[in-house]
Design a protein around this ligand. Structure first.
Ligand SMILES: [Zn+2]
Length: 317
């Protein structure tokens, strides 16, 4: 049962990023798609660098990949480097084809993929194969399910050529960035970027506008990561899913996140915690999607924040 809920959670989705920055900002967002009954794509971001384009996250679906390759071709600039904020397949499935098209591009990511390959991904693979064998995956979802299995079969495309093992300034393709590693947060190692010149933070799934995806989360480590983001002087923040945020948006989201964790740790009724998330995060939840988001909040409350002590801390070490 749990596996099928996890799978469904991975298939369901939220809203797309909308507004684009001004052309002079030196970055371009390719919004993720996030539709019902379909696996999401995370937002992707292109950064203009002296030596080419830096691509942050590569999405899941072929359509998303095509938008990424199409943008690079239209710009007439090579993808000089790829950064994965984290290994979740809605952010990294496109790695193989992007890197095949641009074989000189280095892949910057944390080493958390190693634990994922033997842990979460191995378990979800077993669950998906069982569902396939039992004919329980809808026909329409078979292509993306097979694409996910193919990504797991090709772990070399997910492994960094330039592992991110600490936070600090870096120069990638000639562009200065601050690369940050948040240990034990949304995953075992989340990478997020701060571009001081653009006052821009790119934070992957440390911020998911409609509801934090806690499938592989260490909630308390995640709380700490949000504090580190808050301490950074960004003006614009690009979340892993959802629209660009101002600093005020982000601080409101962090409050919603912290309140949700606090409620989960309290004796308050389950329904209060779900209603609290919906109230605190209202500005980020798309119209008509409230019931679905309630379902997610309840699922993460049960499966993470109020799970057994072992499960609550499963991804904290
Ligand atoms: Zn994601």
């Amino acid at each position: 049962m749990r596996t099928s809920i996890v799978f469904l959670a991975a298939l369901l989705g939220a809203a797309c990023a909308g507004a684009q920055p001004p052309a002079t900002a030196g970055y371009h967002v390719v919004p993720g798609s996030f539709l019902p009954n379909r696996g999401p794509d995370g937002n992707s971001v292109f950064l203009d660098a002296p030596d080419g384009l830096i691509l942050v996250d590569t999405g899941r679906h072929p359509e998303h990949r095509d938008r990424l390759l199409g943008y690079a071709r239209a710009r007439g600039r090579p993808i000089a480097a790829v950064i994965n904020t984290h290994w979740h397949l809605d952010h990294s499935t496109g790695n193989a084809e992007i890197r095949a098209a641009y074989p000189r591009a280095e892949l910057h990511a944390s080493n958390a993929i190693e634990g994922a390959l033997t842990g979460f991904l191995a378990r979800s693979r077993a669950g998906v194969e069982r569902q396939l064998a039992e004919g329980r995956i809808p026909e329409a979802n078979l292509p993306e399910v097979r694409r996910g299995l193919a990504a797991m079969d090709n772990p070399g495309a997910l492994r960094p050529t330039r592992p991110v093992t600490a936070s600090g300034p870096v120069t990638i393709a000639g562009r200065r960035l601050r690369m940050n590693l948040a240990p034990f947060a949304a995953t075992e190692g989340d990478v997020w970027l701060f571009d001081e010149a653009a006052r821009l933070a790119i934070v992957g799934d440390l911020v998911v506008a409609e509801v934090p995806f806690m499938d592989t989360a260490c909630p308390e480590g995640w709380r700490t990561a949000l504090d580190a983001i808050a301490a950074t002087p960004f003006e614009t923040l690009i979340p892993g899913h959802g629209e660009l945020m101002t600093r005020a948006d982000f601080l409101a989201w962090r409050t919603a996140f912290n309140n949700f964790l606090d409620c989960g740790a309290s004796e308050r009724p389950r329904a209060d915690c779900i209603a609290g998330w919906r109230r605190d995060a209202a500005r980020f939840i798309g119209a008509g999607r409230e019931a679905m988001i309630d379902g997610y909040a309840g699922y993460y409350l049960d499966s993470r924040l109020r799970a057994t002590p072992e499960e609550r801390t499963r991804y904290c070490r």
